[in-house]
Design a protein around this ligand. Structure first.
Ligand code: SDX
Length: 425
């Protein structure tokens, strides 16, 4: 592979360096292109544009590969825990047994949120979507922890801000849910592990202890692992760009939550279940809905299918599909929308439109079915995605900060009116 790409424009030749990553990915470095040629590039949606060099997550979309710090998602989902994967992503390596014990204890110390948060929660009508409540509560953390506003403070103070949001996210998520259904809040029980504590706060009542089903807690912990990071996706890129202005960690995470909310991104897991329920209510005619998904005049898309990077099976979807079967079997639950999902998947994998466009089930296609089986309501599905993605957002924000990356400010090509006199002048 040559070290340079040559660009010939108007009789001029520009040499652009080619860089190569540790997994043999190659990129043309255009950071000096405008200074040397006056030219910029344009790439709506950044489909062909890299924003950074990162050592956190590696994806190979053609082969359906996902690694975090060199460990395969299959190994991590099978052998690790969500808090250990969070440690791996944020601090760059797996913790020793002593380090992990101390980390869990430190996270446990910070699970409570200030009582004044209840005034914010009380301000939301019960119709409020939990994602909007969650992003507001995360932004409010800047008010309760003003030292978190300055990302240039000592590493110990930045790390305390990181520990606080890892610890409080499940509490804020569960409180958003309780506030929506008008139930009394259930405070964290720090004798429980991270995921069991969340289930306790979600489904418990102050008057009666909640017996966490170990199979449910294990399934949820695996789901959180599968959502932990995914390189430069829409919400992570949002966190990086917001953080690049030296906005605080909590402001950057809140922006990421709002980007994730969209139905083309993390909101797809809620949209998938709503789509499957619509198909079921419509009589379960999957062929009719497949035709709608292919009809350019019909805005309907097969939610949970397709991916910007994966042009093969999303490895997370494979793991989640098996986990869905296992969870429903272990809980003795049958879910008719699972049968519709499997029917749609079979048809799509054999349909030329989907095959030609390499549209496969993504992480969101089956996750909602497990969340439903675990008793998590549909409007909380994307909140679960945000809880899982939190350590990835933090790790990427930290990497951007420590690499002293410049403020994110893309260029444009102007296509509007050229200069003209103001009327009457
Ligand atoms: C996530 O980036 C990440 O890593 C995200 C994520 C993460 O972990 O952070 O993996 C999580 O967001 C998964 C994606 C969840 N979204 C959905 O399931 C929504 C449905 N899928 C899409 O809308 C779409 O596939 C995207 C948004 C995921 C990707 O869109 P792209 O890469 O911009 O591709 P595109 O919209 O240009 O589509 C290419 C073609 C088009 O057809 P043509 O114009 O070429 O004829 O494929 C078609 C699209 O119409 N197409 C679909 C389709 N997805 C793409 N047609 C029907 N149904 C679909 N789902």
């Amino acid at each position: 592979m040559s070290e340079f790409a040559e660009l010939k424009v108007d009789g001029n030749t520009y040499q652009l360096p080619i860089i190569e990553g540790t997994e043999n990915e190659k990129a043309i470095d255009i950071s000096k292109l405008r200074a040397e040629s006056g030219l910029i590039t344009i790439d709506p949606g950044f489909k062909n544009t890299g924003s950074t060099k990162s050592s956190i997550t590696f994806l190979d979309g053609e082969k359906g590969i996902l690694h975090h710090r060199g460990y395969s998602i299959e190994d991590l989902a099978e052998k690790s825990s969500f808090l250990e994967v969070a440690y791996l992503l944020i601090y760059g390596r797996l913790p020793t047994a002593e380090e992990f014990k101390a980390y869990k204890e430190e996270v446990t110390l910070h699970t409570l949120i200030h009582e004044d948060f209840h005034k914010i929660l009380d301000g939301f009508p019960s119709a409020a979507h939990p994602m909007g409540v969650l992003s507001s509560l995360v932004t409010a953390m800047t008010a309760f922890y003003p030292k978190s506003l300055d990302p240039n403070r000592s590493w110990d103070e930045v790390n305390l801000s990181i520990i606080r949001i890892i610890a409080k996210m499940p509490t804020m998520a569960a409180f958003a849910y309780k506030n929506k259904i008008g139930h009394p809040l259930v405070y964290p029980d720090n004798r429980l592990d991270y995921t069991s504590n969340f289930l306790h706060m979600m489904f418990g009542l102050p008057s009666q202890p909640y017996d966490v089903n170990p199979a449910v807690s294990a399934a949820l912990d695996k789901l959180l692992i599968l959502h932990a990071d995914h390189e430069q996706n829409c919400s992570t890129s949002t966190v990086r760009v917001v953080g690049s202005s030296q906005a605080s960690l909590y402001s950057s995470i809140s922006a990421g939550i709002n980007a994730l909310w969209g139905p083309l991104h993390g909101g797809a897991n809620q949209a998938v279940i709503e789509m499957l329920e619509n198909i079921k209510a419509d009589g379960g005619d999957t062929k009719k809905w497949m035709a709608k998904a292919k009809d350019k005049d019909d805005p309907f898309r097969l939610m949970g299918f397709g991916h910007r990077v994966y042009k093969n099976f999303d490895p997370r979807a494979r793991i989640i599909k098996k986990a869905a079967d296992d969870v429903l079997d272990s809980l003795g639950v049958t879910d008719p929308v699972l049968d519709i999902a499997k029917g749609l998947e079979h048809e799509a994998l054999n349909d030329q439109y989907f095959v030609d466009r390499k549209l496969y089930p993504n992480v969101d296609f089956y996750s909602g079915i497990i969340y439903r089986a675990l008793g998590i309501p549909t409007e909380m599905f994307t909140v679960m995605f945000a809880m899982g993605r939190l350590p990835g957002w933090i790790a990427q924000w930290r990497e951007m900060r420590e690499n002293k990356e410049p403020i994110g400010r893309p260029r444009q090509v102007y296509t509007g009116e050229t200069i003209r006199p103001y009327p009457g002048s």
